[in-house]
Design a protein around this ligand. Structure first.
Ligand code: 0O2
Length: 281
């Protein structure tokens, strides 16, 4: 797979529309299709429908997990007056990306085998401010009743040889389709801003050199990972020190400290009046 194709496959914001579907066939495909026997056409249409439903289930699973993450983000900020999540992005692996990974892992190119062996068709990346937040988010997600934890890799406590740090979870969520329930795996990567910065650069360098990165650069990357970790530790300590100070009043802070404060004053006033009318107070 080319570096560009791989790059397109990376986690990126938003949901790409499914690339396999029941839309009109492209012209060359339509011509080849016309040359097939009725049986072959039937088999091809069935295979396409199966693949479409396969990918759709992952998209729904991804949406379910994203909703969970966004609820945690909003509710946590409201209740604790603090937002542990800086940024959330997601991606669905393209059919080409799925096939490339299947080939790389020696996985048979069948939907059932791919479902069993490829865990990152749907992916979410959560960027947190501090190291402790990554574990808080992990615990909150893992404790949800309908989330089954399939695998946890803690590359924060045990960084990879090259310096890579991140918490990886593979979770499974039920997706209720019209005729069945599918249990869809979603990969969740949780990391700090500093870890994310490092991983993005390392990924770019890796693909620029097609995997054959000069040793000097590898050494520098390992140093950079150490520096990034020092920054994480220092920022977290500063944050804890500041958190112990008496809480600044809302009037002293320019940022809205709760969801209520983000609501325009006029709207709040109207709401209060309405509630007053309804309760007769
Ligand atoms: P992409 O294009 O990001 O999806 P597995 O998925 O279990 O078969 P592996 O490598 O055992 O393969 O899983 P692991 O270690 O949990 O890594 C999965 C993903 O983490 C990778 O997906 C990367 O996104 C990221 N990752 C892991 N190691 C590194 C690293 O050293 N540097 C960077 N920048 N990212 C890393 P893919 O499928 O490799 O790629």
């Amino acid at each position: 797979m080319s570096a560009d194709a791989h790059e397109a496959d990376r986690l990126s914001p938003g949901f790409p529309p499914p690339t396999v579907g029941s839309g009109p066939l492209a012209e060359p495909v339509a011509q080849s299709f016309a040359r097939l026997s009725p049986d072959q056409r039937g088999a091809l249409v069935a295979a396409r429908d199966e693949l479409t439903r396969f990918v759709m289930a992952y998209q729904f699973g991804l949406e379910e997990m994203l909703t969970k993450v966004n609820i945690l983000k909003d509710e946590f900020s409201y209740v604790h007056d603090y937002n542990p999540i800086e940024h959330v992005s997601s991606r669905l692996k393209s059919p080409e990306g799925i096939l490339a990974k299947a080939v790389r892992k020696g996985c048979p190119l069948r939907v059932d085998a791919i479902r069993e062996q490829i865990f990152d068709i749907a992916g979410i990346r959560i960027t947190c401010s501090f190291i402790a937040d990554t574990y808080t988010i992990r615990d909150m997600l893992m404790s949800q009743e309908d989330v089954t934890v399939v695998e946890v890799k803690d590359y924060i406590a045990h960084p990879k040889e090259n310096g890579y740090k991140s918490l990886h979870l593979i979770v499974q969520v039920p997706v209720f389709l019209s005729d069945r329930v599918e249990h869809v795996k979603v990969e969740i990567q949780i990391r700090t801003i500093a870890m994310d910065f490092w991983a993005s650069l390392e990924h770019k360098i890796y693909y620029k050199y097609d995997g054959d990165v000069p040793q000097t650069l590898l050494d520098e990357l390992r140093d950079a990972a150490t520096v990034a970790n020092r920054l994480d530790v220092k920022m977290e300590r500063l944050h804890q020190e500041v958190s112990r100070l008496p809480h600044a009043s809302a009037a002293e802070t320019s940022e809205p400290s709760s969801a209520l404060e983000a609501v325009p004053a006029e709207l709040l006033q109207t709401l209060f009046q309405q509630i007053g009318r309804e309760t007769g107070t």
